[in-house]
Design a protein around this ligand. Structure first.
Ligand SMILES: Nc1ncnc2c1ncn2[C@@H]1O[C@H](COP(=O)(O)OP(=O)(O)OP(=O)(O)O)[C@@H](O)[C@H]1O
Length: 254
């Protein structure tokens, strides 16, 4: 496998009972890129993310992450791979009974032997990196605004200095100013940490502000992958409407 492909998906099929979500889906994610994944609602973006990180078993096909197929690995090997990525789920998935700092420490406890003291210090660093004030650490998720909760979830996703970051709808539910600040944060973290980012979104502003390439899911597979300009020229009704509609045109300046 070429070193610059971090995720390689071939002929993937996923299904829930008789309901096929993906079929004959191929996709390569390159090292260091921010790739946006778009689809109509219910088009299989989140299920694709879950399949890549091993939470949804494929019905057929293969997914390699860092050159390894998760289902062929032992538990220890799998844990080694899992600690190289961070995931920010759509609803944040923070533990409501833990403080922000304790939430960020969860992956450290799970995957490392770091002392409590060092874990706390590292967690506080991630909290700052995610753009929160230091006093956010002892707060509970319920004490935070929606935007701050997203940042707390991002801090947890960054806990283990990942090479690969999965973001599921990071700006959903944020006001435009907070969303734009989050877009900038993703971009600057990507640069500073050399991250590869797999970003599921509906937000055409986020795509425009952050993504190097965009993959369009439709008809159960990847319809097209390319830059926004390449996709604007792609002859498919949904893609044309997405980028050529009023929101798409406003976001991309066309
Ligand atoms: N746990 C589940 N059980 C049964 N069906 C599921 C489950 N999770 C997802 N699905 C189905 O898989 C399909 C794809 O869902 P998915 O959540 O990936 O879509 P999406 O593109 O992320 O949608 P949205 O933009 O609305 O978040 C949908 O038809 C959904 O109903």
């Amino acid at each position: 496998m070429s070193d610059d492909i971090i995720i390689r998906i071939r002929d993937l099929k996923t299904a829930y009972g008789d309901h096929v979500v993906h079929e004959h889906l191929d996709l390569d994610i390159r090292k260091g890129e921010i790739i946006g994944v778009i689809a109509p609602s219910g088009g299989g973006k989140s299920v694709l993310l879950r399949a890549i990180i091993g939470l949804k078993q494929p019905a057929a096909g293969s997914i390699e992450v860092f050159g390894k197929q998760l289902e062929t690995l032992s538990e220890d090997q799998r844990s080694e791979v899992e600690r190289r990525w961070g995931v920010m789920f759509q609803d944040g998935a923070l533990f409501s009974n833990l403080t922000v700092r304790e939430n960020v420490m969860v992956p450290m406890r799970e995957h490392t032997n770091l002392s409590e003291q060092l874990s706390r210090e590292l967690a506080d660093m991630k909290i700052l990196m995610a753009g929160l004030q230091p006093d956010a650490g002892p707060k509970y998720p319920s004490d935070l605004s929606g935007g701050m909760r997203k940042r707390a979830a991002l801090a947890r996703a960054l806990a283990l200095d990942p090479e690969l970051l999965f973001l599921d709808e990071p700006t959903a539910g944020l006001d435009p100013i907070t969303a734009a600040a989050f877009d900038q944060l993703i971009r600057s973290l990507q640069k500073a940490m050399g991250l590869t980012v797999f970003l599921v979104t509906h937000d055409v502003d986020t795509l425009n502000a952050t993504c190097d390439r965009i993959a369009v899911l439709g008809d159960k597979h990847v319809l097209a992958v390319g830059t926004i300009d390449e996709l604007r020229a792609f002859d498919h009704p949904w893609v044309q409407e997405y980028f050529g509609g009023p929101r798409g045109r406003a976001a991309t300046g066309h």
